[in-house]
Design a protein around this ligand. Structure first.
Ligand code: PEP
Length: 255
């Protein structure tokens, strides 16, 4: 497979700067350097500076958990691309279900953010996923398709290659419930088909599609063995060096 595995930690609203550095040091010690797997950690904004320094000399990359699409100005509480670039951020998580749910982010806003991240030379990790009631009423593929298509509206094929998609069924996030490998693969394959329709199959084959939703060392091997699952966006299990390192090792030995 030409796609590299990618394991990214979404630390959410956890860890002070000092705690972030301690976690990074411990992960570095446990995973060493990586060849087959890309690894990134996405701390809170206030830890990015310290995290960036702690990551120097390591193959691990830095990501942010959100970004506003405007360059600067009267947007109280927001963070711009230039502010993230100060810390060598490579990735920005966008459209996470918690942002869609608690902060009412819509596909249209997320699309503006995706474009701004790309224009600034960083890579968006675009999160898509259905809620429990949507899955139970057979709407999973409709929801995921709409979020993917609208999130990527107006993106060129060349830029599409830089995007990472994270399929995160909302009912599996932080709940301990995981999609079965077959359930996840079905949606990942559907996403790849949407990407092929939009950008051509050659481009679609290059785009990493991560699974997120209670991924942990005990279920990672089976998920990563699926053809279209290229890694994981990890919440809870990314907050402990042991479990995060075990996930990186699973991806190293996958397929
Ligand atoms: C997430 O929120 O991106 C996530 C996947 O969380 P968890 O692994 O805790 O389910």
């Amino acid at each position: 497979m030409s796609r590299k595995y990618f394991i990214a930690g979404n630390w959410k609203m956890n860890k002070t700067a000092a705690e972030a550095v301690a976690l990074i040091e411990s992960i570095k010690e446990q995973i060493g350097s990586q060849e087959k797997v890309e690894v990134a950690v996405c701390p809170t904004f206030t830890s990015l500076d310290a995290a960036s320094k702690a990551l120097k000399g390591s193959t691990m990359k830095l990501g942010a958990q959100n970004m506003y699409f405007e360059k600067s100005g009267a947007f109280t509480g927001e963070i711009s691309a230039d502010m993230l670039k100060q810390f060598d951020c490579s990735y920005v998580i966008l459209g996470h279900s918690e942002r869609r749910e608690y902060f009412k982010e819509c596909n249209c806003l997320i699309n503006k953010k995706v474009k701004a991240v790309l224009e600034n030379g960083m890579k968006p990790i675009l999160c898509v996923g259905e809620k429990l009631e949507e899955r139970e009423s057979g709407k999973t593929l409709d929801v995921v398709s709409e979020q993917t298509i609208k999130g990527l509206e107006g993106i060129s094929g060349a830029d599409a290659e830089k995007i990472v998609i994270a399929y995160e069924p909302v009912w599996a996030i932080g709940t301990g419930k995981t999609a079965t490998p077959a359930m996840a693969q079905e949606v990942h394959a559907a996403i790849r088909k949407i990407l092929a329709d939009a950008f051509g199959s050659e481009t679609a084959e290059k785009i990493q599609i991560l699974y997120g939703g209670s991924m942990k060392p005990e279920n990672a091997d089976a998920l990563l063995a699926e053809k279209d699952i290229d890694g994981g966006l990890i919440g809870g299990a990314a907050l402990k060096a042991d479990s995060f390192a075990a996930l990186v090792k699973s991806a190293e030995s996958a397929k």
